[in-house]
Design a protein around this ligand. Sequence first.
Ligand SMILES: O=P(O)(O)OC[C@@]1(O)O[C@H](CO)[C@@H](O)[C@@H]1O
Ligand SMILES: [Mn+2]
Length: 437
Amino acid sequence: MPQPQPLSASHIGSFAYLTVKDRLPVILTRVVDYLYREKDSLGNNYGKAAREDCKKVIGRCSQLKNEMQTNKDLLPLQAHPDPSYPYDDANIWNRYLENYIRVTGVAPKWFTAPWLYVECYMYTRIHESLYLCNVLKDFDPFMDQKRNALIDSKEAIEALAVHVLSLCGRISTFSQEQLKQHVIKLIEISLWGNRCDLSISGGADKSQDSDVLLLLDKLQSKILVNNSESLWQLLVALPEDQRDIVLVLDNAGFELVTDLCLLAFLTEAGFVTSLTVHPKIRPWFVSDTTHSDLTWTIEKLRETGGSAGVLASKWQSYISNGRWKIVNNKFWTLCHDFADMKEIDPELYSQLSKSSLIIFKGDLNYRKLTGDLDWPTTTSLEHTLRGFCPAPVLAIRTAKGGPVVGLAPGVSERTAAVTHDWNISGEYGMIQLCTFS
Ligand SMILES: O=P(O)(O)OC[C@@]1(O)O[C@H](CO)[C@@H](O)[C@@H]1O
Ligand SMILES: [Mn+2]
C-alpha cells in the first residue's frame, strides 16, 4: 500500500489549514501580549536587561507571525549562542529544511509544508526568539498558563489523590482481577487527562474542574479502541526484573498528575523495575511538560498538602532513590516523526529498545507515531509506525486533529454521524497497544 500524504495546511478548510490560519497566530499573539504585560515585572525580577530582552522577543514573535500569515518560506534557525548548551538542534532543523528543498525543489512554506513540521517549527522559533536573549534565554512564556492550569484543577487533583492513596494502601488485599480493574481505571483517567491541553484552546483555560472518577463510566463509549485488557496481559507476563517502563510525557497540569498517579500505582503494585520519564527540553505546544514543570508540580503539590501532597512526596522519593529517572532528550522537540528516530537519534532508539513498554501520551506523540499521514482510519497502528518498533508501544490520546488509526470498519463513520468533529474535539479517545507479535 503506498503511503498517504502528510496532513498539511494546503488543504483549505482542513484542521491543519485552520490551525495555521487561525490557531497558531492566536498563540503567538498571546506570547506577545503576555511579554508586553509582564515586561515591567520581568524587569524587576531579572534586572533592566530583561526589559530589553522582552522588546526583542516581542519583535521576533511579531515578525514570525507576519511570516506565517503571509505564507513566507520557513527560514533557517540560528544556533544556540552558548556552545555548551546540550540541546542545540538548529543544525538538525536546518538539515531538514535543506533536504526538503533538495527533494521538492522549493522551500517549505507555512501553508504548503507538512503540518507536523510547520507546527513544531513555530515552537522552535519561539524558543529561538528567547535563547538569543541575554537574560531571558531560559524563560518559558507558557509557564504561568501551565501553573494556573494545575492550580485550577486542585479539587479534581485532590479527589484523584485520595483515591490513589487509598488504593496504594490496600494493594495487598486486592485479587488479581481487582488489581487489573484498578490499573485499567487509572489508564482511562490518564487518557481523559489528555483533554486538558492548552494548545488546542489557544491557551484558554483548560483545567479539570470535576472528579474524573465519577465520569469514567459515562465516558466508556467515547473510547474508540481500548486495548487495556491486552496491556494487562503484557504487564503480568513481564519477568520481575524486566519491568522497565518508559513514559513519553505530554501536558503539564491535570494530565501530568493523572500520568504520575498511574505510574505510582504501577510502581507500588510491583509492575515497575525501573521507570524513565521523558519531558520536553523547550517550551512546547503551550502545555507540554518540561523538566522544570515536573519539578515545580511536585513541589507545589507537596506545599499544598492534603492527599495530593502525600502522593507528591511519594513521587519525589521514587525520583530521589533513582527508581524513577527523568531523562531530557532533544529528539522529542524536533520535527521528525518516530520512524526517523533510528537514523536521527540511534542512541535514543537503542535506549528505548531496552525497555519493556513505552507509553506515549497525547495527540502530538500520536501524530509522530503515525507520521501525521492521512491514513484511512482502519489502517493498523503497527503499519502506520513504519518500522518504529523499539519495544511494545502503548499510545494513549484523545483525538484532537492528528490521524486516527486502528479503528474497526464502520467506527469512524458511526462516530462522525453522532459528532461531526469527533476527531478534533478531544471528546473521543483511544488506548492502543502494539506488541509487534
Ligand atoms: O499532544 P496534545 O497536547 O494532546 O495535543 C496537542 C495539539 O492540541 O496540538 C495540535 C494542534 O495544534 C494537535 O495535533 C493536538 O491536538
Ligand atoms: Mn501537548
